[in-house]
Ligand binder design. Sequence first.
Ligand SMILES: C[S@@+](CC[C@H](N)C(=O)[O-])C[C@H]1O[C@@H](n2cnc3c(N)ncnc32)[C@H](O)[C@@H]1O
Length: 229
Amino acid sequence: MSDEIPSPAVIESAVAARYAALASACGSLSCGAALDHAAPAPGETVVDLGCGRGRDVLRAAERVGPGGLAIGVDLSEEMLAEAARRTALATNVRLVRSPLAPLALESGAADAVVSNCAINHAPDKEAVFREVHRVLRPGGRFVVSDVVAERELPESVRSDPGAWAACYGGAIPETEYLAAVRRAGLGELRVLHRTEPYDKGGVRVLSLTLWATKRAIHGRDGPTPGEKA
Ligand SMILES: C[S@@+](CC[C@H](N)C(=O)[O-])C[C@H]1O[C@@H](n2cnc3c(N)ncnc32)[C@H](O)[C@@H]1O
C-alpha cells in the first residue's frame, strides 16, 4: 500500500461522488453542535463551512434575523442545490460554491465561522484554518465540530480516498488538529465537547467541538463560551 495520502484532486472527486449521492438522503451528517455553541446573535454574519444540505445555514439565518446574514459554503453542487431548496424562503442566506481553502469569501466580514463534520475531508487543514482566520473579523469566533483520530491512522486508511470521503480517512489526532488551529493564528482555543472514541471503518475516531477566536485588534478577544455573543 502506498505511504502517500491521495492527491487533493482525488479526495475532492471521492468527496463529490459521496455527497452527490447523499444530497437527497435523510439522516444526519453532523458530528456535534457547533452552531449551538456559536450562538449567533441578531445582525451577525455567520459562515458555515461544508454546509451540506443547509440545515445549519437555515438555523443560523433564523437566529441572525433579517439584519444578519448566513453564508453556506460547499463544493458539492448537489448539496448546494438541496440547501437552496431548503433555504428558498429566507432572504438573509447566501450559498457559495467554493473549496474550504481557498475560500471564495471576503476578508474580515464574519462574526462567526462554524463547521460541522467537514474539515476532516481537507488534506491541508491548516490552510483551512488560515482561511477561517482571514474571513473572521477581529474578535470573531470559530466553532467547529469535527472527527479526529484517537491515534495516527494506518497508511492503509490514510491512502484510501473512500475513507477520506466517508469522514474518517482524513482524521488526524486531536493534538495535531489543535496545533494546526493555533498555527493559523487563532487563539483562546478550548475543547467544548469530546465524545468517547468510536469505531469507524475499522479505526478509532472521536468527535470534538472546539472554540477559538481571532484576536481583537484592541482590547479583549471575542466572547467566550457561556457569554452572549
Ligand atoms: C459530512 S457532510 C456535513 C454537512 C453539514 N455540515 C451537516 O452537518 O449536515 C460534509 C460536507 O462538507 C463538504 N465538503 C467536504 N470537503 C469539502 C471541501 N474541500 N470544500 C468544500 N466542501 C467540502 C461536502 O460536500 C459535504 O456537504
